[in-house]
Design a protein around this ligand. Structure first.
Ligand code: ADP
Length: 494
């Protein structure tokens, strides 16, 4: 069925990202927004926009029924959920289908299965997908957990089956701590996710997070679009991603790709999805989970494959078969993404709210910025504090890193703290450059003092430039000596 009009049930950069492809394909667009987003760029980008409620997301972006009502009243054909909000809500996708509309994403059954880490493990088992040693069913009895932990060896990780976004995980180093940690994990999972099921996994000591992008159409074709390396994380959440990974061999890439395609087949997947793996120091890989939506970091895959993932999603939703096979796909060059969060990297990456007094993103060859903000805007406290995604490309990994550093230097934000300086630190670090790092990079190599030092250096350079300009100016106007000295003093005492 041809899609003529798409509603995006989301906000910010991802809404704009979807509109861009929709426009390219000649599809009309509808935005929804909350009162906090009246002046947000995603509203202006769409052909039509509808206010759906108050700022808190449970009164706006999470109101599935209301969004479907809006879609019906505006003769929308399909709803794109973006990521976050309702994107992994099986009930929402079912209701869209019941309303006679198209959900741009997988079927409710696949969302439901992969939304539970335990159900996912159970489902992929038949395909011999390697899994982290541990137990693949919910445990409530501490004695049982102790037995498993002894078998696999400490440290272990307690995980919430319904967990997500890096939440609901606890590392347990020794037997004596297990019972109390389990109790806490169960009560936390119950209150945070409404499901107290927890399970136990071996804690992989030096892990890398490597994920595979897949595409599946409704004709039984499933391909993978290679990997993304997402090991630079804070709070178990990604900050820097890249494609390809610097450590994968052709053979391992092929094996991981095959495993990811099988995971997709195991749940009858449809559309774009991501199969996440952990890789240990010996390069063994283990299935973590599947994300049944477009990922934040999808641009790095777009750059190395030359595909538009949103376009593929839309075509698949229209019932088209993939226009290429696995053999047609190749990796070209290297892409890196930095998530530019409004966060204070000097203060444990806490959200940094305020007004974007200056907001000037970089542009140029091999630079892509996906953002949803403009200068002068306030950052709403209600939503994820990601300002933008800065993506750079190069023929080689080194070239992409150099371009990233240049792009960061040309990215000017004032009014809130950001992860830009942190990103530059990562890109300049010899361990990152060597490609031999793991998910503990931040813990091992990063301290706030490093960024403080960087800011000081920048301030000194700025002062020196200002002084130079001043002295040049002085040559022209010939100020008296007394005034010159006072001005220099004032510059350095700021
Ligand atoms: P979420 O759904 O909350 O994102 P994941 O299972 O995808 O949780 O894991 C998120 C991150 O947590 C991983 O990228 C990795 O850094 C860490 N992690 C998860 N499982 C393990 C494990 N068994 N051993 C070590 N680290 C892990």
């Amino acid at each position: 069925m041809k899609i003529n009009k798409i509603l995006v049930a989301n906000r910010g950069e991802i809404a704009i990202r979807v509109f861009k492809t929709a426009k390219k394909l000649g599809i009309k667009t509808v935005a929804v927004y909350s009162t906090a987003d009246r002046n947000a760029p995603h509203v202006a980008e769409a052909d039509e926009a509808v206010l759906i409620g108050e700022a808190p997301s449970n009164q706006s972006y999470l109101l599935g029924d209301k969004i479907i009502e809006v879609a019906k009243s505006l003769n929308v054909d399909a709803i794109h959920p973006g990521y976050g909000f309702l994107s992994e809500n099986a009930e929402f996708s079912q209701k869209i289908a019941d309303a006679g509309l198209i959900f741009i994403g997988p079927k409710p059954h696949a969302i439901r299965t992969m939304g539970s880490k335990l159900a996912a493990k159970e489902t992929v088992k038949k395909y011999d997908i390697p899994m982290v040693p541990g137990i693949d069913k919910a445990v409530i009895n501490p004695k049982e957990a102790i037995e498993i932990a002894k078998e696999i060896g400490f440290p272990i990780l307690i995980k919430a089956s319904a967990g997500g976004g890096g939440k609901g995980m606890r590392i347990v180093e020794k037997e004596a701590d297990l019972e109390s940690q389990m109790k806490r994990a169960i009560s936390e999972a119950t209150s945070a996710f409404g499901d107290g099921s927890i399970f136990v996994e071996k804690y992989i000591e030096s892990p890398r997070h490597i994920e595979i992008q897949i595409l599946a159409d409704s004709h039984g074709n499933v391909v993978h679009l290679f990997e993304r390396e997402c090991s630079i994380q804070r709070r178990h959440q990604k900050v820097v991603e890249e494609a390809p990974s610097s450590i994968l061999t052709k053979e391992i890439r092929h094996k991981m790709g095959e495993a990811a395609v099988n995971v997709a087949k195991s749940c009858d997947y449809l559309g774009a999805g991501t199969v996440e793996f952990l890789m240990d120091a010996q390069m063994n890989f283990f299935f973590l989970e599947m994300n049944t939506r477009l990922q934040v970091e999808h641009p790095v895959t777009e750059w190395i494959t030359g595909l538009d993932l949103v376009e593929e999603q839309i075509k698949i939703a229209q019932g088209a078969a993939l226009s290429f096979t696995q053999e047609d796909l190749t990796i070209k060059g290297h892409a890196i993404e930095l998530r530019v969060y409004a966060e204070d990297s000097l203060n444990d990456f806490m959200p940094s709210m305020g007004t974007l007094n200056t907001y000037q993103p970089p542009s140029g060859e091999n630079i892509r910025v996906d953002d949803g903000f403009k200068e002068g805007m306030e950052i709403p406290i209600y939503y994820d504090p990601m300002l933008s995604k800065l993506i750079t490309y190069g023929k080689t990994r080194d070239a992409a890193i150099v371009r990233m550093i240049e792009a960061i230097d040309n990215y000017h934000v004032d009014g809130v703290e950001t992860t830009l300086a942190f990103g530059k630190y990562v890109c300049q670090h010899k361990v990152f450059k060597s490609g031999k790092f793991d998910t503990h990079f931040v813990k091992k190599y990063y301290t706030p003092e490093i960024i403080e030092e960087h800011y000081k250096e920048e301030a000194t350079i700025a002062a020196k430039i200002a002084l130079n300009m001043y002295l040049e100016e002085k040559q022209k106007v010939k100020l008296p000596k007394k005034e010159t000295n006072a001005a220099i003093k004032a510059l350095f005492n700021r």
